[in-house]
Design a protein around this ligand. Structure first.
Ligand SMILES: Cc1cc2nc3c(=O)[nH]c(=O)nc-3n(C[C@H](O)[C@H](O)[C@H](O)COP(=O)(O)OP(=O)(O)OC[C@H]3O[C@@H](n4cnc5c(N)ncnc54)[C@H](O)[C@@H]3O)c2cc1C
Length: 454
């Protein structure tokens, strides 16, 4: 009997093989996965996941967990020798506790479904990212996803109170804590958040909910230098109590996407454009205060133009430039590099990095955008004559400069396989050794997502 036979015998028809394994299991959104796994298990309970893991562990069978497959680091790609556990059928909101302000949710639930359920109950689930319709809560936790509301509500790990996890040997650790304060020894949930499926399978989570804003105010501002971007950020943080997003676009990025969308937002394309957004928590006096705040920033020369969205549609049109979907269509072999740096260094870094990439690839598109307020910078890179080596050379150029600036080679997308060989650019030998020891303690046979992260 093979391990797949064992799995089928124990779990029945939730184990798919051969032609029943769908194409989508080949790769995450990085499109770097080449092979289909030898089997896909589609559990609907933690017990089934525990059985699968116990059997695989006894047989040294590698396991790759797949969530919504929107990851951009190759973390959910499985080789042809691997068995996949797909969480796509383990979905549903189990409880919303209005007194504790929490939601207990199964890991396979799409983020957008969880967001809607929170809204229906009068709450905000603040985890939010562009892939919301497809990515799953378990994937968000496993990658410690960032996104567009981090400035106000933190990254995913800041919004998790409890977890249920199945360990490599099939042990179920149920720690569905609902309390904000709980200092009872090691904070075990944080081992699994951001571990990209290498330490355990996340099956349930207790997420923290916040008051639902009654609306949002959005402005698109024009600035003439990165120094003013930072000065404006500091002012926004000091004077806008509901500040929930601060997104910067460098000139080339803004021009490319505004033109592709046929949007003429300013008379001249500014050196920097910033979207500022504030959650409306109370009455309309907040709108007056928002307008007055922008007026003062204009008078003081921090910004030199500002458009305030008058409708949800106009707000979405600002965001559509930032989301840059047109680039996916128009730029061949587009890379979206995801790094973070100390906020004050980002301007200098972008100049140096842009020059280094353009010197090596003179015909390439190189542009910068990012959340900035949480130190996150993205680089859009596209080389018309791209070949297999190009992305590696780009990574080497960018991550070497990141290392010098003491930044991080991954702000929010994770390490997966694509950044694994560069992890030592952002982590010391002692940190890497500790990570290996944690991996060895939790997964001694190395069956969980082998070859990923470390
Ligand atoms: C259009 C678009 C926009 C995006 N925007 C952002 C953004 O703003 N911020 C951001 O951080 N990311 C962003 N991403 C990346 C991606 O959406 C996130 O990394 C997301 O959290 C991945 O969730 P997923 O369910 O798709 O996970 P998958 O891609 O399926 O898996 C990601 C990793 O998590 C592991 N994993 C998945 N589920 C579990 C589980 N239940 N238990 C243990 N391990 C598990 C996998 O093995 C893999 O290593 C974006 C991606 C796209 C395509």
């Amino acid at each position: 009997m093979t391990i797949v036979d064992d799995l089928k015998q124990a779990l029945g028809d939730i184990v798919l093989t051969g032609a029943a394994v769908g194409e989508r299991h080949r790769s995450d959104a990085s499109l770097t996965g080449r092979d289909l796994p030898k089997a896909v298990i589609r559990p609907t309970s933690s017990e089934e996941i525990a059985t699968a893991l116990r059997l695989c562990n006894e047989n040294n069978q590698s396991i790759v967990v797949q969530g919504g497959l929107t990851g951009l680091a190759g973390g959910a790609n499985a080789g042809s020798d691997a068995v996949v556990i797909s969480l796509e059928r383990f979905t549903g909101i189990e409880e919303i506790d209005p007194q504790a302000g929490t939601m207990t949710v199964r890991a396979g639930t799409p983020l957008e479904v969880a967001q809607r359920a929170a809204e229906d109950a009068g709450f905000l689930l603040p985890i939010d990212l562009g892939a919301r319709g497809t990515c799953q809560i378990g994937g968000n936790l496993a990658t410690n996803a960032g996104g567009i509301r981090v400035l106000r509500y933190g990254v995913t790990r800041d919004n998790v109170l409890g977890l249920e996890v199945v360990l490599a040997n099939g042990t179920v650790i149920s720690a569905l804590n609902k309390m904000i304060k709980n200092n009872t020894g090691y904070d075990l949930r944080q081992y699994f958040i951001g571990s990209e499926g290498t330490l355990g399978v996340i099956t349930r989570a207790v997420l923290r909910l916040r008051p639902l804003p009654v609306g949002r105010l959005t402005a698109l501002c024009a600035l003439d230098s990165y120094d003013n971007v930072v000065a404006f950020l500091t002012r926004c943080q000091r004077h806008l109590p509901g500040l929930s997003a601060f997104e910067a676009m460098w000139q080339h990025y803004f021009r490319f996407n505004a033109e592709a969308n046929r949007q003429k937002l300013f008379d001249d394309v500014p050196p920097f454009a910033v979207i500022v957004e504030q959650d409306l928590l109370g009455d309309h006096s907040e709108r007056d205060a928002f307008e007055a705040f922008l007026g003062e920033a204009l008078e003081d020369g921090i910004i030199f133009d500002a458009l305030i969205a008058q409708s949800e549609k106009e707000s979405r049109s600002f965001w559509s430039v930032r989301e840059g979907h047109a680039m996916d269509q128009l730029l061949p072999a587009l890379m979206n590099l995801d790094i973070s740096l100390p906020i004050g260094e980002i301007g200098r870094f972008a100049v140096e990095c842009g020059e280094a990439l353009s010197a090596r690839f003179p015909a390439a598109h190189v542009s910068f955008f990012g959340h900035v307020a949480d130190s996150n910078l993205h680089i859009a890179f596209s080389e018309p004559d791209s070949d297999a080596e190009t992305s590696h050379v780009v990574d080497e150029i960018v991550y070497e400069i990141v290392r010098r600036y003491k930044g991080s080679i991954s702000a929010e997308h994770g390490i997966g396989t694509l950044k694994r060989d560069f992890l030592d650019h952002s982590r010391s030998p002692a940190e890497l050794e500790l990570m290996r020891r944690i991996k060895q303690a939790l997964d001694p046979n190395g069956i969980l997502n082998p070859g990923k992260v470390i």
